[in-house]
Design a protein around this ligand. Structure first.
Ligand code: NAP
Length: 507
């Protein structure tokens, strides 16, 4: 989390420079940081991939991508004249150790020209099977030796299960010091997610309520309207639990459940988050059966368009048409510590659902005794704190109020902090925040190896149980629904329901 200081001279080496992640996220983020004056004068972006492109061709491609995907809209010539010359490209196969000499030479050339040493950030925007070979080849070429300047950014997925995550951690820890490692979970860079910590730890009124005495249960929903699309080949080996819950949703849970850190340093914040994961109740095969629900979407209609089911898409893409991969998961977790004992955390995520949104809802306990006549309560509802992460960015506290009038009628109203109404400036994309943090050497919003391992340890019994028991009823939800009926039952048996995902308010 940055302050307005510029980083040292910086070289960004993007492995997978010709890929989708660079096109949609990294290139626009770097360009927006440039526009807003965050990049140092001495800055270079070196893209690499197998495609044979010249510097100019790569620059042209980046500009096209930025025009298409940047929140700041189309690039303007005068701005591009300042940014474009920082871009370079080298065709290289990451598996070929010899090609890394290119980077050694180019970095030296730039440092000689700048007459200053540079921070060099190696961004691994490639398939995860390349993470080890790139790390090893960087080390062989001597590019990782300067622990103060060389940094490596690893994209998700970090491992496929606990064992592979441990292996990757071991390999990386053998090459890099902890301060060089940036394991990215872009959810942590989202404005609204960062704000949870400000909301909790910069306001005295929250803490007395933030525990089992006042909170009844917590729901975290990350829903998507889109299906898997052409990523099915990758997704089929992953599924909703690996792709979303193990990382993004558990990180959100940690942000809600963590103890107050003693200060806002990476070490402290990440220690408090890993404490949460360690305190989470582990599953047995029996508790997996009672506390988890998985689903896979069938065909249906979304906004007037007919959409195929997961298995039809799988068949079209040459993947097993009887696939057992889940596209929906709902799980009830507990955090076994003093603060949260007995408070269920219900997490759900899925594709092809009715609406796309990420929302955390904290439901408070009911009043101990309702003094008003029952008929006065038009919509009686326990207090809720609704944290809308996306697309709406807001925090709403739902309270009961008296409707104006001579009669006594109570209804639910929202006390709202809405980004649109409160701030004029557009919020930065998560990747802008995170890339700047890497440049400034701030790891607060990045995961740490031990956190990732704890999260895998937590979900492994669920993964194993699901893999061992083929689901008999897939597909079990249709497009445009809120997932399988069993997901409703998961919360209904505790006397709750999934809260309606609010429609984004237009302004
Ligand atoms: P992608 O579009 O398939 O791009 C893969 C990149 O890897 C291309 O630039 C490709 O370059 C390069 N590459 C493949 N084999 C190579 C080799 N042997 N040597 C050198 N370069 C090679 O993948 P992506 O969607 O950008 O995803 C990249 C990583 O980010 C993955 O780990 C993914 O899980 C993660 N991720 C992506 C997104 C997203 O929004 N796309 C979001 C979160 C995480 P050439 O084609 O030029 O060879």
């Amino acid at each position: 989390m940055n302050t307005k200081i510029k980083s040292q001279p910086t070289i960004f080496v993007i492995f997978g420079g010709t890929g989708d992640l660079n096109a949609r996220k990294l290139a626009p983020a770097l360009y927006n940081l440039y526009l807003e004056g965050w990049l140092p004068e001495q800055f270079a972006l070196i893209g690499t991939g197998r495609s044979k492109l010249t510097d100019k061709e790569f620059e042209k491609r980046m500009r096209k991508d930025i025009d298409e995907f940047s929140r700041s809209g189309k690039t303007k010539d005068d701005k591009w004249e300042g940014f474009g010359p920082h871009i370079h490209y080298y065709p290289a196969d990451v598996q070929n150790a010899d090609t890394y000499q290119i980077f050694v030479d180019h970095i030296k050339e730039l440092e000689d020209e700048w007459k200053a040493p540079a921070n060099v950030i190696y961004y691994l925007a490639v398939a995860p099977n390349f993470f080890p070979v790139i790390a090893e080849n960087l080390a062989k070429a001597g590019l990782t030796a300067d622990a103060d300047r060389a940094r490596i950014v690893i994209e998700k997925p970090f491992g496929h299960d606990l064992e592979s995550a441990k292996e990757l951690n071991k390999l990386l820890n053998g090459i890099f010091q902890d301060k060089q490692l940036y394991l990215i979970d872009h959810y942590l860079g989202k404005e609204t997610v960062q704000n949870i910590m400000a909301f909790r730890f910069a306001n005295a009124i929250m803490e007395p309520l933030w525990n089992r005495n006042a909170i009844e249960h917590v729901q975290i929903s990350v829903t998507e309207q889109l299906g898997v699309g052409d990523r099915l080949g990758y997704y089929d080996g992953s599924g909703a639990l690996r792709d979303m819950i193990q990382n993004h949703l558990l990180q959100l849970l940690c942000t809600i459940a963590m103890e107050p850190p003693t200060n806002f340093t990476a070490e402290e914040v990440r220690n408090r988050k890993v404490d949460v994961l360690r305190a989470m109740r582990r599953f047995t095969p029996e508790t997996v059966r009672d506390n988890t629900v998985r689903g896979q979407y069938g065909p249906g209609w979304i906004e007037g368009k007919q959409v195929p089911g997961y298995r039809e898409e799988a068949e079209q893409q040459g993947v097993n048409p009887q696939s057992n991969t889940e596209t929906f998961a709902a799980i009830k977790f507990f955090v076994d510590n003093w603060r949260w004992q007995g408070v269920p955390f219900y997490l759900r995520t899925g594709k092809r659902l009715h609406r796309s949104a990420s929302v955390i809802t904290i439901q408070f306990k009911d009043v101990p005794h309702f003094i008003f006549p029952a008929e006065t309560a038009e919509t009686r509802r326990q207090n809720r704190l609704v944290i809308n992460i996306q697309p709406e960015m807001s925090i709403r506290l739902q309270v009961q109020a008296k409707r104006p009038g001579v009669d006594l009628v109570l209804n639910t109203v929202d006390m709202v902090f809405d980004y649109k109404g409160t701030y004029v400036a557009q919020a930065p994309e998560a990747y802008e925040t995170l890339l700047l943090d890497v440049m400034l050497g701030d790891q607060t919003l990045f995961m740490r190896g031990d956190q990732v391992e704890e999260a895998w340890d937590l979900v492994m019994p669920i993964l194993n149980s699901w893999e061992n028991r083929i689901s008999q009823n897939f597909p079990n939800y249709s497009a445009d629904s809120w997932g399988p009926e069993a997901a409703e039952a998961l919360v209904a048996k505790d006397g709750y329901h999934w809260f309606t995902i609010p429609l984004e308010t237009k302004k």
